[in-house]
Design a protein around this ligand. Sequence first.
Ligand SMILES: O=C1O[C@H]([C@@H](O)CO)C(O)=C1O
Length: 553
Amino acid sequence: RNQVRHYNFDVEYIFGAPDCNEHVVMGINGQFPGPTIRAKAGDTVVVHLTNKLYTEGVVIHWHGIRQLGTPWADGTASISQCAINPGETFTYRFLVDKPGTYFYHGHYGMQRSAGLYGSLIVDVADGEREPFHYDGELNLLLSDWWHQSVHEQEVGLSSSPLRWIGEPQSLLINGRGQYNCSLAAHYSNSSSNQCNLKGGEKCAPQILHVQPKKTYRLRIASTTALASLNLAIGNHKMVVVEADGNYVQPFAVDDLDIYSGESYSVLITTDQNPKNNYWLSIGVRGRKPNTPQGLTLLNYLPNSASKLPISPPPVTPQWNDYNHSKSFSKRIFARMGSPKPPKFYDRRITLLNTQNKINGFIKWAINNVSLALPSTPYLGSVKFLLNHTYDQTSPPENFPSNYDVMNPPANPNTTSGSGVYRLNYNTTVDVILQNANALAVNVSEIHPWHLHGHDFWVLGYGEGRFSRKDERKLNLKNPPLRNTVVIFPYGWTALRFIADNRGVWAFHCHIEPHLHMGMGVIFDIDGRNVKGIPNEALACGATGRLSVNGVHH
Ligand SMILES: O=C1O[C@H]([C@@H](O)CO)C(O)=C1O
């Protein structure tokens, strides 16, 4: 009964107007965001990806899909495969084993920031039921948008002095935002103009049409390049039921924080005055915002969608109200009956996050190594023992005991590297993500960390430097399973996962410019024994030369 679902994706640059200003964006089959992939748990998704860019490679990562047994289909350039050349087609074929709200996006350079993304939704298998009821569903893919081209952003980030990208010009909901006007201008005495949109424009908000007295599932995913977001719906509570493709113990909130790389499902009941429409707003958290809220409308039918709500949009909490964010994160627990973590770990790796310099260039480093990806994909290098293609020394397991996480690095100089952590197959691995002060005094930023190939249990969050006494605070009873988790300023986050999926996997900050600046690590989980890597995944670099020489495996 499981199906194979085929998609043909042509990736190309198209003219779009994500926030009403015309701009080149990355599109798929002429669409931005790309088409939604929809499948049932147990299905196989097949995507024939054709690169129709003129002069750039491309790959697509299926974010949240574990790629059990297919590490070559993870869509990470230099890690799981070679970038696909212009004119070429690469076929991704993978199992979607778990129902949930996922998305896909470019994972080469900063192509995600350029608009290469779309939704991937997995329904329960035939005959199965979700553990909650709803009458209809609405899908919200959230992103942020810059007017500066991604090429210019990349060069600026790689320059000395650094040319930081700054805050986004617009926030987008399903690829739509408004830069020169606001849907809610007339509620405030702000300088922005009321939008005069008829509804057919590329940047007109996608209206959320609902019937009164029903329950809706909102699927919310964030593929922002930088922004942490807070989402709220005027007058409506939301009950959180899913996070990153895993069921959570339901809890009700007025607003929710979502970091780049995360997804949630919430249930809302349309039990408010049916004569009115209501705002849905997203606003920036965790960085001093310079971007207006993203807005759309919850339209109670049969009201006209052009009928504006009677009150202004929900106010986003103060950007630096971290207690608000922490109390939300700490309310997320696994739904009863979810798999529990092993009681003990085999190996614990502590990863210190710092901002550093290399010859005056600003970088991010993990345990004093700033990740520099090699030209030959790790998966091929590990499989074929091509040891000259990347650093053979593994990065450190920890950081010096005298390092002061509350102050800027005493010596901000670091080095770049391409070494990997080699994890033994089927072992239980703990990771302590340790935040620290960045280069400037009194600055420590939010970083959402995303793991490829696995979900992890979030065992807990804490303040300052993780120490032995924090050990007993870890939650081994009902920690949520996720693929992305945040580290708060000056804090730590503890994770546990079972390294049960052979391959070479990225674990990195999901902020696109931070990854570009080296903020990630690589896990090799017995990649040597991966079987069945298609030749075309590795036809570049040192493995490319192997393939032409006719080596088979
Ligand atoms: O990586 C970053 O660089 C800038 C700043 O630290 C240097 O200008 C910033 O806000 C980041 O998140």
